[in-house]
Design a protein around this ligand. Structure first.
Ligand SMILES: [Fe+2]
Length: 247
């Protein structure tokens, strides 16, 4: 499994160079604008809870890797609740017509957010525990890059608004970092598992495919944040960055 972890580390470094993270670190932009992609990421965030409950978790199990996966699912299946709270805190919990909400969730602008969820579901359905461990490692790696970039924005906002963001803030990052009581065991297992040629191939494909889907998601979120003002998050897309920067 060591080769799979090495590939994930390499992919993580590339992923961290996505334009979205550069944008999120740009302190010349209003911190609320740097999180203005929040509505766009909702299909992924909301699906991820269900994914943990109904796809990733398999009980009962005697497989030590599946036990680790299961423990993670209990830690990860409710983070969408923090996301909903953040939407309120960020002031983007606007009333919209139900049909408009549905149209938003299934339109072109949020396609990659759904696509990454489909890819995670597809990779995990009926997958071996080893492939699931690879999925878990990719989700942790991409999540770590995202949350470590979002947390300083949440800190900036906290000093301005005195309000704490849960999903985007240090709270979530710390939960993920201290995540699993199984972490040392997970690392040991991951490093020592000897893979067959087939299972290595399966894990490599999962890693490549999921990183590609997550990278597409970051590109979509960047476009969304650059074309939707945090004050009118559901308005028609337009280039809002130039006037903002000039102001
Ligand atoms: Fe999480």
């Amino acid at each position: 499994m060591e080769e799979v972890l090495a590939l994930i580390e390499k992919k993580k470094q590339e992923f961290a160079k996505s334009g979205l993270f550069e944008f999120m670190r740009d302190t010349s932009i209003d911190p609320r604008q740097r999180l203005a992609f929040a509505p766009c990421v909702s299909p992924f965030v909301m699906s991820f809870g269900e994914f943990n409950k109904y796809v990733f978790r398999e009980e009962p199990t005697n497989d030590p890797i599946q036990v680790i996966v299961n423990n993670h699912t209990y830690e990860d299946d409710h983070h969408w609740l923090w996301f909903l709270e953040d939407l309120e805190t960020l002031g983007i919990n606007k009333a919209v017509k139900f049909s408009d909400a549905l149209n938003f969730l299934w339109n072109e602008e949020t396609k990659a957010s759904r696509w990454v969820s489909h890819q995670i579901f597809r990779s995990a359905f009926g997958a071996s525990p080893i492939a699931k461990l690879a999925i878990l490692e990719v989700i942790e790696a991409t999540g770590n890059v995202f949350l470590s970039t979002a947390a300083p924005i949440a800190e900036e906002l906290r000093t301005i608004t005195q309000k704490e963001l849960l999903y985007f803030g240090c709270f979530h990052l710390e939960v993920e970092n201290n995540h699993s009581k199984d972490l040392p065991q997970q690392r040991r297992l991951s490093e020592t598992i000897q893979l067959t040629i087939e299972s290595r191939q399966e894990a490599f494909e999962v890693v490549e495919n999921l990183f590609e889907a997550f990278t597409k998601l970051t590109a979509e979120l960047l476009v969304y944040a650059k074309t939707h003002s945090f004050e009118q998050p559901f308005a028609k897309p337009r280039d809002i960055l130039q006037p903002l920067k000039a102001a």
